[in-house]
Write a protein that binds this ligand. Structure first.
Ligand code: SDX
Length: 429
């Protein structure tokens, strides 16, 4: 970030104020308003923070106009092609790719911490069977704090907590699935990769051994890499905000999981499948959904379409769509929802409304079809997103607490309520 003396001038009440103009490493510009109120008495208002940077960051770069996504400078396309999810998690959290020895040590650590305290199974067994897995995951991640007392040094506490979360989140997710079906919990195995271990814990069955397919493990690897971080999205901002109060990382991540659950955010992958299924059941009437999505008086949105940052195709959606075709072909599966999704995309991208609003498929539009082909139940789609986003949340949280200038997040407001008025006793109201 360059801060050579560039400024913008704000003229207000016949006075002019110089505000620093900062330049990011990719040339993007931002006005530093850290002293705006103390110098001018003014605050800014930006609902949904669409124009507001909350921090400087070196983790993920997105260019919404060009459809660029890079983790620590490496294009997501290269990582999806060549990296393991573990390497990607290490890259996001530590700022560089691990060498062979570091990767092997990281693997050993993740295996050593992949079990969950047996008492936690009692918690799972007492959730109603109809509980949503995201609500369970958020509660159980928060509960982890109760099982692990604070360690001596802050650094030790942070490192072990990061390892525990990365190692245990798969086990916790698979455990909630098995227990919800009344099946025996399957434990992690040290001989399996990060992705294969999860699949085994989910689908291994004493009477019908799970057949691990390379294509499926690879699809999960790519799925998790594509979702691993995305700069200051809703759930990452939640983790940073909750973390800014200096609460423990388990609580901050639990809050991030809750934020991700929303259908406008990570819950969209599950909502896309519901939308496509509803269209299928309505004789595949795509035009009716397109019409509803364009109707200002209808709250219906085309799920999996649009993005706050991408005003072109989400680069992750391009990879996900290709992977859909590949995976279904290799598994000899046909999914009518994939054909429907492709038709919906084709019609929408030719419609002026979507073109004028820069609405393109985002990561969630095809991801649900990949998860269906893997055999993940629909109500666990967002859990898959949460497992993937965990390294990103951790990296962003660490960056915030390592920032000497990081403060507790406490935005201002523009008050539009009643001016001063007196209390009226009950018998006079
Ligand atoms: C994720 O932020 C991230 O990086 C998120 C994410 C990540 O990796 O963390 O990428 C993951 O959350 C992807 C997004 C998943 N959500 C959906 O697919 C839900 C459907 N999409 C929308 O609800 C919407 O596009 C959002 C929430 C994604 C973005 O909303 P914005 O930026 O707040 O835009 P907006 O709601 O102000 O819409 C701008 C205009 C509006 O029309 P006008 O009032 O200006 O005429 O575009 C329209 C909206 O009505 N619009 C849509 C639409 N999305 C926006 N119209 C129909 N269908 C849609 N999907």
């Amino acid at each position: 970030m360059s801060t050579e003396n560039e400024y913008i001038t704000l003229i207000y009440n016949d006075q002019s104020f110089k505000l620093p103009l900062l330049t990011g490493s990719e040339g993007e510009k931002s006005i530093d308003i850290s002293n705006l109120r103390s110098e001018t008495g003014l605050i800014t208002l930006d609902k949904g923070y669409a124009n507001t940077g909350s921090c400087t960051s070196s983790i993920t770069f997105m260019d919404g106009e060009k459809g660029i996504l890079r983790y620590r400078g490496i294009p997501v396309e290269q990582l999806a092609e060549q990296a393991t999810f573990k390497e990607t998690a290490y890259l996001l959290i530590n700022g560089r790719l691990p060498n062979k020895e570091e990767l092997s040590d990281f693997s050993v650590l993740l295996n050593d911490h992949s079990l969950v305290h047996e008492d936690m199974q009692l918690f799972y067994q007492n959730f109603p069977r109809t509980s949503h897995p995201m609500g369970i995951l958020s509660s159980m991640v928060n509960a982890l704090k109760s099982f692990y007392p604070v360690l001596q040094t802050v650094e030790e506490e942070i490192n072990i907590t990061v390892t525990r979360l990365l190692a245990k989140i798969r086990t916790m997710a698979a455990m909630s699935y098995k227990i919800s079906r009344g099946h025996k919990v399957v434990y992690p195995r040290p001989d399996l990769s990060y992705c294969a271990n999860f699949l085994n814990m989910m689908f291994e069955n004493p009477v019908k051994p799970y057949q691990m397919r390379t294509e499926v493990v690879n699809a999960l690897r790519v799925f998790w890499i594509l979702h691993a971080d995305h700069e200051q999205n809703c759930s990452t901002t939640t983790v940073r905000v909750v973390g800014s109060g200096r609460v423990n990382l388990y609580a901050a991540i639990s809050a991030g999981i809750s934020a991700l659950w929303g259908p406008l955010h990570g819950g969209a992958n599950q909502a896309v499948i519901k939308m496509l299924t509803d269209i299928m059941q309505d004789n595949g009437d795509i035009h009716k959904s397109i019409k509803r999505a364009k109707d200002k008086n209808d709250s219906f949105r085309l799920m999996g379409f649009g993005h706050r940052v991408y005003k072109t195709y989400d680069p992750r959606a391009i990879i996900m769509k290709k992977m859909c075709d590949n995976l279904l072909d290799k598994l000899h599966i046909t999914d009518p929802l994939l054909d429907l999704a492709k038709k919906l995309e084709e019609v929408a991208l030719k419609d002026d409304y979507f073109v004028e609003h820069n609405l393109y498929p985002n990561v969630d539009f095809y991801s649900g079809i990949v998860l269906r082909a893997i055999g993940i139940p629909t109500n666990m789609f967002t859990v898959m997103f949460a497992i993937s986003r965990l390294p990103g949340w951790i990296a962003q949280w660490k960056e915030s607490i390592d920032d000497p200038n990081w403060k507790i997040c406490r935005p201002r407001q523009l008050f539009i309520g009643h001016k001063k008025r007196d209390f009226i006793p009950i018998d006079k109201r």
